[in-house]
Ligand binder design. Structure first.
Ligand SMILES: C[S@@+](CC[C@H](N)C(=O)[O-])C[C@H]1O[C@@H](n2cnc3c(N)ncnc32)[C@H](O)[C@@H]1O
Length: 288
């Protein structure tokens, strides 16, 4: 699924649609805060399963929401989801194939000044993140808001001691993911460091004032089966991404293989002590 810096997003299409469905309540709550009365044009950049595009549309009274993504297979699933879920003729919800690195075609596709631009977990995939943020800020109308969902705290799901392998397995997964992330960024074309936080990046794009709000999501154990399944699938995906990188030890990979095998007595899907604890940050800058 991943070769060096190049992520095959098409291979993630089902996971991204599942995530957009599972995160529906979070999207709704965030959209309620972000959409202002009178908003007419909103853009969801790097839309994945179009979860935010749909949530924003639900809070607008008229106008247009445009979801864009650089991966044709993702555009296809986003379009299918919008077709299934959206019927209100007062708000048009469109999907377009655009690479946000191509600043001119992004601007031409949006075709006007946006009241709200949302970009979740996409800017960190650009070599030059500040350039990307500047391009998103340039799409805004006066009074428009750019919201970046980036950072927060990595999700926790497992007790420290699982009774299988060495304790602290999940913390070592987080550490390995952090090193994977550094490698991913190091291999991006036109990479430029951004050695300051997201708020400062918004200010450098001429957006003032800026705010950051972080939401804690907590589901205590025992998780209902759909949530438990989603947690196990997400862990399986994350371990899979790291499998051939050398970032997890053979001993930890063996433990994960047992935990993720439905035929093994240690299978995570059979445990009542999985939980969900996650903090997600949204950084907003205003075109004043
Ligand atoms: C980690 S997913 C996030 C999806 C969604 N925003 C969410 O938060 O669930 C990143 C998404 O950005 C898209 N993407 C990656 N690079 C892009 C680029 N340069 N321009 C537009 N979309 C891009 C991918 O195809 C993928 O759908």
């Amino acid at each position: 699924m991943t070769t060096g810096a190049r992520i095959d997003w098409a291979a993630h299409k089902t996971r991204l649609v599942d995530a957009a469905t599972a995160d529906r309540a979070w999207y709704q709550a965030v959209a309620r805060e972000l959409v202002a009365p009178g908003d007419r044009l909103a853009v969801d950049v790097g839309c994945g399963g179009a979860g935010m595009a749909l949530a924003v549309a639900r809070h607008m009274t008229c106008g247009r929401v445009l979801a864009v993504d650089a991966e044709p297979a993702i555009v296809e699933v986003a379009r299918a989801r919008i077709y299934d879920e959206w019927a209100d003729p007062r708000i048009r919800v469109d999907v377009a194939l655009v690479d946000m690195d191509d600043v001119d075609s992004l601007r031409d596709t949006v075709g006007g000044h946006a009241d709200l631009v949302w970009a979740s977990a996409v800017v960190h995939h650009l070599g030059d993140q500040q350039r990307g943020i500047n391009a998103l800020a340039a799409l805004l109308a006066e009074g428009g808001r750019l919201a970046l969902a980036e950072g927060g705290l990595p999700a926790r799901h497992l007790p420290w001691d699982l009774g299988a392998g060495d304790p602290g397995l999940e913390l070592r997964l987080h550490a390995a993911e952090d090193r994977w992330f550094a490698r991913m960024r190091a291999a991006l074309p036109r990479r430029r460091p951004m050695p300051y936080g997201w708020g400062e990046a918004l200010r450098r794009a001429d957006l003032h004032p800026t705010t950051t709000a972080t939401t804690l999501t907590e589901l205590p154990p025992p998780l209902p089966s759909p949530e438990r399944r989603a947690v196990v699938n997400s862990l399986a995906n994350r371990v899979d991404r790291l499998r051939d990188t050398g970032l997890l030890t053979p001993a930890d990979l063996d433990t994960w293989a047992r935990l993720l095998d439905p035929g093994d007595p240690c299978w995570l899907g059979g445990r009542a002590d999985l939980f969900l604890l996650e903090a997600r940050s949204v950084h907003v800058g205003l075109r004043g």
